[in-house]
Design a protein around this ligand. Structure first.
Ligand SMILES: [Zn+2]
Length: 401
């Protein structure tokens, strides 16, 4: 008899202690970036007693596990990211970070624990699988392009006879109702590009601005012109956000500085809009400066692309969540989020979806609870087994044969 949704969920709850224990061990020792030796060790240890073929990354601390089902078939990928943030933890959790200046403030510790829990459930049900499950345990999600390193190292072809043909990831959120699964078809998260502008003028005495070329009013005009550009030039149905997040110029009251520095982010939800807005930021800054006889140096760094959920995969997530956790837990998101996610690189290559698992702690209001990336964020552990079951169920359905 194939495992029913109810049986799978209760198996995940029966294993909750193991999931939570792994999560807390990871939480105590957060590591940042692409090289996470201690975290990798815990992941390898957790895979060790499972019938999973494990390999590690060449250029990063990534881990790839392959579980082979009883019969041949397609290959389905489940992702858990494992890096932390350069945030000093200020919660009073008994398992709070023991590393000053580092914290699992985005809950990636819970992702690893849930993914490993799912690996166990799936390993126990290999007879029911026609095909392979690939476990993608990735470092460097927080701005380090960790997924791209894994793709470059052949992640999607780790089973040569059956390249990965579908993918699923779960991300925890402290500001969504605990136990809810939230997803939408199409754009789910934004592209994030960074830019820097140096306005170059000519320094002088603050009493005689006409003998200098003051970059400060030009910088101020650029800030406002960028906001006008966004509201006047960008289609509201394919929106963009341009934020000037850092501005710096001058040193005292009686000196006109030579330069002013600005930097910020561009968030967009389509490739077309992305290219257009990046070009527009440069154009506006260049020409505002030129109007006043100054110049700018413009520098742009490409961040993650738009995370686009396949419509069919998003529908499967909603159906599966309703079946496992009851219809109220399955929530169609009306709007995307303007945050970014490097699972986007995987979803550019294979159809799939990323969903949010709500984990707002009891007693807190999702509207006001400290959110992901906060030094005070706390994730409810109660829904972790639900996440384990959802990961496992997505793979079981894809490989039902
Ligand atoms: Zn995250």
């Amino acid at each position: 008899m194939p495992t029913s949704a109810t049986e799978l969920l209760s198996a995940a709850y029966n294993d909750a202690d193991r999931t939570i224990d792994l999560r807390r061990r990871l939480h105590r020792h957060p590591e940042i970036g692409l090289h996470l030796p201690r975290t990798q060790e815990l992941v390898l240890e957790a895979f060790a007693d499972l019938p999973v073929e494990v390999s590690t990354g060449k250029s990063t601390s990534s881990v790839v596990g392959v579980l082979r089902g009883a019969r041949p078939g397609p290959t389905y990928l489940l992702r858990g990211d494992m890096d932390a943030l350069p945030v000093h933890e200020d919660t009073d959790l008994p398992f709070a970070s023991e590393v000053p200046g580092a914290m699992h403030a985005c809950g990636h510790d819970t992702h690893v624990a849930m993914l490993l829990g799912a690996a166990r459930l799936l390993a126990e049900r290999r007879d029911e699988l026609s095909g392979q499950v690939v476990f993608m345990v990735q470092p460097g999600e927080e701005g380090f392009h960790g997924a791209r390193f894994m793709l470059d190292e052949g992640l999607l072809d780790v089973v040569p006879e059956a390249p990965v043909s579908g993918a699923f990831a779960l991300h925890i959120s402290a500001t969504l109702a605990s136990g809810s699964i939230n997803v939408r078809p199409g754009p789910m998260m934004a592209a994030a590009d960074q830019w820097k502008i140096l306005v170059r003028g000519r320094g002088g005495h603050a009493s005689e601005p006409y003998t200098a070329a003051d970059p400060i009013p030009v910088a101020a005009e650029i800030v406002l012109a960028l906001q006008s550009m966004v509201t006047r030039r960008v289609d509201v149905f394919d929106p963009a956000v341009v934020t000037v997040a850092h501005i710096e110029a001058g040193s005292t009251t009686n000196v006109i500085p030579e330069t002013a520095f600005l930097e910020g982010t561009i968030r967009t939800l389509s490739a077309e809009r992305r290219a257009e807005v990046v070009a527009a930021v440069r154009r506006v800054a260049t020409h505002v400066a030129e109007a006043h006889g100054l110049t700018v140096e413009f520098d742009q760094a490409e961040g993650y692309p738009v995370t686009v959920n396949d419509a069919g995969a998003a529908a499967t997530v909603l159906d599966t969540a309703a079946e496992l956790l009851g219809p109220p837990a399955s929530r169609l998101m009306v709007f995307p989020l303007m945050g970014a996610e490097d699972f986007s690189y995987v979803l550019e290559r294979v159809p799939g979806a990323i969903a949010f698992l709500g984990a707002c702690p009891p007693g807190l209001d999702p509207q006001t609870a400290p959110g992901n990336h906060s030094n005070l964020v706390v994730f409810d552990e109660e829904p972790l087994p639900a996440g384990v079951a959802l990961y496992a169920r997505m793979a079981m359905q894809a490989l039902a044969g």
